[in-house]
Design a protein around this ligand. Structure first.
Ligand code: PMP
Length: 401
């Protein structure tokens, strides 16, 4: 099976809602991936921040194999141990009492938060421009990207969007009838946008003053991605009411969580929410393996260290296309001086590195948390050539217009 054949089969059998994907991949190990033609790549996309431990990590393989061989699925009519253990473990990393609702994706984790918000008895919600919370209708109602929303209007109502990072705009929008405010600590899909210092703390104060819940969407930033267990923990004085998780939590298996604290943890009553696969033992066993490995292998330290090495190394290239690098840990955006991120993505792929371009001028890096020195060095060594090639491709594109 070649790249071309697999792509043709994809086109004949799958809906084209993603556009044709870039590359058919057939095998992964750590930060390395291979396509159907046998070409090797270093993975700086990480399944969109999912593959926390890289591909085929022995801890995940072992945990999943052991669990599926003993108890694969029980439904929520019964209790299984892995979701209990995973919820306990998550709450330990939050360092707070709370309650966890398990689901299968980031959008679903935010749907859970949406329902918790409505159960406060208030209906209004406040979210941010450029924010991304998922593609289901409730999560899309919170998403602040007009192009994704418009084909599906009307969405579940009463959501006000305010500029991201602007505490004054937030204060003006949040009123006594606001059920919740939802914020990403760093906007991932919008191009790794980091809010100004003090923004989350201000959001906490504004929501506390009006009795609105503060929901932090850590689907992309959570579970070690930024060098903290959860990114809000890097912000002093910020204790959210709800945190939503997915992506890295399952280490490659579909697993999401709505984690609620204080009064928010008690709002869902029996019968008000659920999903068949929520808390699936196999997915939760993978989640436990991810959390164990992050702890046992000191991966939060590795994330900080490799994140710094990448950031410093990229800026040290002094390449004219590099404006600056933003983000935290191993969620980084290379902000370009020209809108050549798609060209840079293609040039990187041709050079054996998978990256992604969430905005025309931003190249996003979200490699496995296990990323080693060698992969960082290889990327930094190749980057000037990749950017030169992107510049050439951009020049050709322009002259051909
Ligand atoms: N929230 C954030 C911050 C995300 O980045 C994403 C996915 N990119 C989602 C929610 C939606 O997650 P999923 O695709 O698993 O539904």
């Amino acid at each position: 099976m070649s790249n071309q054949e697999l792509t043709a089969r994809w086109q004949g059998a799958l809906m084209n809602n993603y556009g044709t994907p870039r590359l058919p991949l057939v095998r992964g190990e750590g930060a390395r991936l291979w396509d159907a033609d046998g070409n090797a790549y270093l993975d700086f996309v990480g399944g969109i921040a999912v593959n926390a431990l890289g591909h085929a990590h022995p801890a995940v393989v072992e945990a999943v194999s052991r669990q599926i061989a003993s108890l694969g699925h029980v439904s929520n009519l019964f209790i299984a141990e892995p979701p209990v253990a995973l919820a306990e473990r998550l709450l330990r990393h939050f360092g707070r009492d709370g309650r966890v609702y398990f689901c299968n994706s980031g959008a679903e984790a935010n749907e859970g938060a949406f329902k918790i918000g409505r159960l406060t008895g208030r209906t209004r919600m406040v979210a941010t421009d450029g924010g991304f919370h998922g593609r289901t209708m409730g999560a899309l109602a919170l998403t602040g990207q007009p192009g994704k929303r418009e084909p599906f209007l009307p969405l579940p109502g009463d959501v006000t969007h305010v500029p991201y990072g602007d505490a004054q705009a937030l204060a003006a929008a949040v009123t006594e009838d606001t059920a919740l405010v939802v914020i990403e600590p760093i906007q991932g899909e919008n191009g790794v946008v980091v809010p100004p210092p003090g923004y989350l703390k201000a959001a906490r104060a504004i929501t506390a003053a009006t009795g609105a819940l503060l929901v932090l969407d850590e689907v992309q930033t959570g579970v070690g991605r930024t060098g903290n267990w959860f990114e809000y923990q890097a912000h002093e004085g910020v204790l959210p009411d709800v945190v939503t998780l997915a992506k890295g939590l399952g280490g490659g298996l579909p697993l999401g969580a709505t984690v609620a604290f204080g009064r928010a943890a008690a709002l869902l009553r029996p019968g008000q929410h659920g999903t068949t696969f929520g808390g699936n033992p196999v997915a939760c066993a993978a989640g436990l393996a991810v959390l164990d490995t992050i702890e046992n292998e000191g991966l939060l330290e590795n994330v900080k260290r490799q994140g710094e090495r990448l950031r410093d190394g990229i800026e040290a290239t002094g390449h004219p296309l590099v404006d600056h690098v933003r983000g935290a840990g191993l969620l980084l955006g290379i902000v370009l001086t020209e809108p050549l991120a798609p060209q840079a993505q293609q040039a990187a792929q041709d050079a054996g590195f998978l990256v992604n371009a969430p905005a025309p001028d931003v190249v996003r890096l979200m490699p496995p948390l296990t990323l080693g020195d060698d992969a960082v060095d290889a990327f930094l060594g190749a980057l000037p050539g990749i950017l030169d090639e992107a510049g050439r491709a951009g020049g050709e594109g322009r002259s051909g217009e």
